[in-house]
Design a protein around this ligand. Structure first.
Ligand code: KIV
Length: 275
């Protein structure tokens, strides 16, 4: 392959149909959250398939207790930064609380903003049967939808906390019905969050669209993690998170070294000064 062809291949954008087609070939999908240009560029170059501008930015970027205060303007802003850093990955905007619950018309308008102003290729919405009609309307407006069922953080108050869903028979049937409803409504994929592994396996077998798991075990068609969790940038992580690096400790040590060298007049030395 010539260098030019190799470069073109490397820059080839992952499309929504190509993500859906992976399921029948048994090819897994990797997704990470990203909120800015720098990390989007790093993850994109590392061949992550989907960059999710998650409303988890409320927790890990803004320091809020829940994702509920995140606004549409903030999601559009962060989507723009991530889209600028991505050449290959599909960029998905997470629709914040209040941006799609009021009416389908409002939801369509807000998802179109993420595409037009943010540069997103798709949007993600939490909820199952209750928002299936809204998903249909958004898809009809040519905005691809990733659904999100099981533990839906925007329902934190109804659920009484971030609790695993689908542990009993009634809960199990509810999550299955939700997953089937969003597929029937035209979602191209669905995030399964906080459900038992065997339920995630059953749903993954029932659906023709890919399932992307978080705290849902190994049997999903893809996996997603919040970048701050997997990079070790948070104080506490749920037990399903695997830390692939400890950037928090590295950053802390680097800051300590800098402070010490400033205190001791060691920085800047001759090599780091203009002559
Ligand atoms: O907001 C987010 O980061 C998410 C993922 C955890 C799926 O919704």
């Amino acid at each position: 392959m010539s260098t030019v062809t190799a470069k073109a291949a490397r820059e080839h954008r992952i499309t929504i149909p190509s993500l859906v087609a992976r399921k029948s070939r048994g090819e897994r999908i990797s997704m990470l959250t990203a909120y800015d240009f720098t990390f989007a560029s790093i993850f994109d170059a590392a061949d992550i398939d989907i960059l999710l501008v998650g409303d988890s930015l409320g927790n890990v970027v803004q320091g809020q207790d829940t994702t509920l205060p995140v606004t549409l303007d903030e999601i559009v802003y962060h989507t723009r930064l991530v889209a600028r850093g991505s050449r290959r990955a599909t960029v998905v905007s997470d629709m914040p609380f209040g941006s799609y619950q009021i009416s389908a018309e409002d939801a369509v308008r807000n998802t179109i903003r993420c595409v037009k102003d943010g540069g997103a290729h798709a949007v993600k919405l939490e909820g199952g049967e209750a928002i299936a009609a809204t998903i249909e309307r958004i898809v009809a407006a040519e905005v691809p939808v990733m659904a999100h069922v099981g533990l839906t953080p925007q329902s934190v108050h109804r659920m009484g906390g971030h609790r695993v869903q689908g542990r009993d028979e009634a809960g199990r049937s509810r999550v299955i019905r939700d997953a089937q409803a969003v597929e029937a409504a035209g979602a191209f994929s669905v995030v399964l969050e906080g459900v038992p592994e065997d339920l995630a396996r059953e749903i993954t077998q029932l659906l023709t669209i890919p399932t992307i798991g978080i705290g849902a075990g190994i049997h999903c068609d893809g996996q997603v993690l919040v970048m701050h969790d997997m990079l070790g940038l948070t104080d506490w992580t749920p037990s399903f998170v695997k830390q692939y690096a400890n950037l928090g400790a590295l950053a802390s040590q680097a800051a300590r070294n800098f402070a010490e060298e400033v205190t001791n007049s060691k920085f800047p030395d001759a090599r780091h000064s203009y002559r």
